[in-house]
Write a protein that binds this ligand. Structure first.
Ligand SMILES: C[S@@+](CC[C@H](N)C(=O)[O-])C[C@H]1O[C@@H](n2cnc3c(N)ncnc32)[C@H](O)[C@@H]1O
Length: 208
């Protein structure tokens, strides 16, 4: 790697570290024992949309390092069942069934067929980004569509679907389908989501 590139990477990592250490959500997550600041995105979504009421089971897609599952373990009233999946390892969380793999794989879909549907499906999936705006939008749409498709068979009536997407294009037909399938559909950017990130959450409330 050239010296100039190296210098710029070092500068970027120092910047990231400086911002990370000053971040109030990072400090709060350390106090609350959450594995990541992302925990507060889900707690904010719940504060605004009340998605945890009467929820007894949840599916957490793209769960690593595990803070959304931790939030659900803390906030949902037991007995609960939480299933979490990620391509990466997720350290054990008491009360959560963890799978390592691709949520779009045949293997995982076979597993879902064997268990009861959920009251809540959340997806904080971030596909690997290339930096190319259109390609990244298409990848994130593909993941969103795959996650949304799970609501056909694996989300109970009255259940909710929450998923991250990137605000770089139009949700198109997916939004039309969501509005047909759910009582209320909104997009929401929690304060905990960084201002310079184009991520936003699709909140589909109460499956009809
Ligand atoms: C932003 S992180 C999730 C953070 C998590 N909500 C938390 O609170 O700890 C996004 C995750 O999506 C996972 N991911 C991306 N594509 C995936 C796929 N096809 N199947 C399962 N996980 C995937 C990544 O490995 C990454 O860990």
């Amino acid at each position: 790697m050239s010296g100039v590139k190296n210098k710029s990477l070092n500068h970027q990592s120092t910047e990231w570290l400086r911002r990370h250490l000053k971040d109030p959500y990072v400090k709060q997550s350390q106090k609350d024992n959450y594995r990541s600041r992302a925990a507060y995105k889900l707690t904010e979504i719940n504060k605004k949309f009340n998605i945890f009421t009467n929820v007894k089971s949840a599916l957490d897609l793209g769960a690593a390092p595990g803070s959304w599952s931790q939030v659900m373990v803390n906030e949902l009233k037991s007995p609960i069942k939480i299933v979490a999946i990620d391509l990466l390892d997720v350290e054990a969380i008491p009360g959560v069934e963890i799978y390592k793999g691709d949520f779009t794989s045949k293997k995982f879909s076979n597993h879902l067929k064997e268990i009861d549907p959920f009251d809540l499906i959340v997806s904080d999936i971030s596909p690997n980004m290339t930096g190319h705006r259109q390609t990244d939008f298409l990848r994130s749409m593909e993941m969103l569509e795959e996650a949304f498709a799970l609501t056909d068979c694996y989300l109970n009536k009255g259940g909710h679907f929450i998923a991250k997407y990137f605000r770089r294009g139009d949700l198109g037909q997916l939004l039309v389908n969501a509005k047909k399938k759910f009582t209320k559909v909104s997009s929401f950017k929690p304060n905990a989501s960084r201002k310079n990130s184009s991520e936003i959450y699709l909140v589909c409330y109460q499956k009809k």
